[in-house]
Design a binder for this molecule. Structure first.
Ligand code: 13P
Ligand code: SF4
Length: 325
């Protein structure tokens, strides 16, 4: 990292992390840096990670798609995923010769847990010949049963890339509904939902608009339709950041996991962030101590059966070939 980049990182870390937490974190940051050098390791952190991780130890940050792309091209010997299980599995699938570590085995995802490989096989029996698009928020076993993956950044583009009149889209019914509104392709949906985004309501958003005149509402497509109907912009977590850079609203609310605003506020000092808070309990399982322990003891390595790796990787590689929207 260049000196200028290191200075910027430490400035943002100081701005985003409260004093006491910062004092506690400093020795851990030094330990993690030393372990990263010793192990030739990188830390890939999702946008929902706590600011101390996002600004303090991440070598790369981004949405699910960006983390997958980064994992695929990483030359580090060890990749530590500061994110949830499906993100770590995706990194392993795309770079199977590297050691991929996740610092907590409890970092799941309500969407990934909503559907099994057997469910996908049953859907295929019910809809013969209909291709399966699975959201990246799924287990490797579900990906292995799928034709192609997508993320919230490219779901519409992936569905349309198939050139067919009907697609099985799983497991997020809200993301599926959002895609369905933008395409003539018929989608067969599954009943999965994100436990964080489904808590937002249209009434909450109308209340925020009333309380903050001129507020711009930016929402993640995992939110229910009544929430997305109130939004000025809908996009993936990285899509939100790109949108802020383009449109520079005077004040904004990001309708998504609340660490996101804490993390990106430093990049946009001229924007006022209104911050209702829904935390993802799974993302919160990842801590600096856990990352230090994973790197020190090489613990919680992601391993996947060979018969799953090949087909699941194929579904991910097809997605990467289509790219971002
Ligand atoms: P993004 O792909 O937009 O980063 O979203 C991942 C996720 O888990 C959202 O809840
Ligand atoms: Fe899963 Fe929702 Fe947490 Fe994202 S925010 S990891 S979709 S539970």
């Amino acid at each position: 990292m260049s000196t200028a980049a290191a200075e910027l990182r430490s400035k943002r870390f100081a701005a985003a992390v409260p004093d006491l937490e910062r004092i506690e974190a400093m020795p851990l940051l030094a330990e993690i840096d030393a372990l990263k050098h010793a192990r030739n390791a990188v830390v890939l952190a999702h946008n929902y990670q706590a600011p101390a991780i996002y600004h303090g130890v991440a070598d790369f940050t981004g949405d699910s798609l960006a983390l997958a792309q980064q994992a695929a091209r990483s030359e580090a010997e060890v990749i530590v995923v500061a994110g949830v299980q499906f993100m770590a599995e995706t990194a392993k699938l795309l770079n199977p010769t590297r050691m991929v570590l996740i610092s907590s085995l409890a970092a799941g995802c309500s969407l990934a847990e909503s559907i099994s490989a057997a469910d996908v096989r049953a859907l295929r029996r019910r809809h013969p010949g209909v291709p399966v698009v699975s959201y990246v928020n799924t287990s490797a076993a579900v990906k292995a049963e799928s034709d192609i993956c997508c993320t919230s950044a490219n779901a519409l583009r992936i569905v349309e890339s198939l050139g067919v009149p009907k697609v099985i889209f799983l497991p997020d019914r809200y993301l599926g509904h959002h895609v369905q509104q933008q395409t003539g392709i018929e989608l067969v949906l599954w009943e999965g939902a994100c436990e964080v985004h489904e808590r937002f309501t249209g009434a909450q958003l109308r209340g925020l608009r009333r309380d903050h005149p001129g507020l711009q509402i930016v929402a993640h497509p995992e939110c229910p339709p009544e929430v997305l109907a109130e939004a000025d912009f809908v996009g993936s977590t990285q899509g939100m950041v790109d949108h802020l850079a383009r449109s520079k609203p005077a004040q904004v609310v990001l309708i998504t996991e609340c660490s996101m605003s804490d993390n990106v506020a430093g990049e946009f000092p001229e924007i006022r962030f209104v911050r209702p808070c829904n935390l993802c309990p799974h993302m919160r399982q990842i801590t600096l101590v856990g990352i230090r322990d994973a790197l020190r003891d090489l613990r919680h390595e992601v391993t996947l059966p060979a018969e799953i790796i090949a087909p699941a990787r194929r579904a991910l590689e097809r997605m990467l070939a289509v790219g971002r929207a």
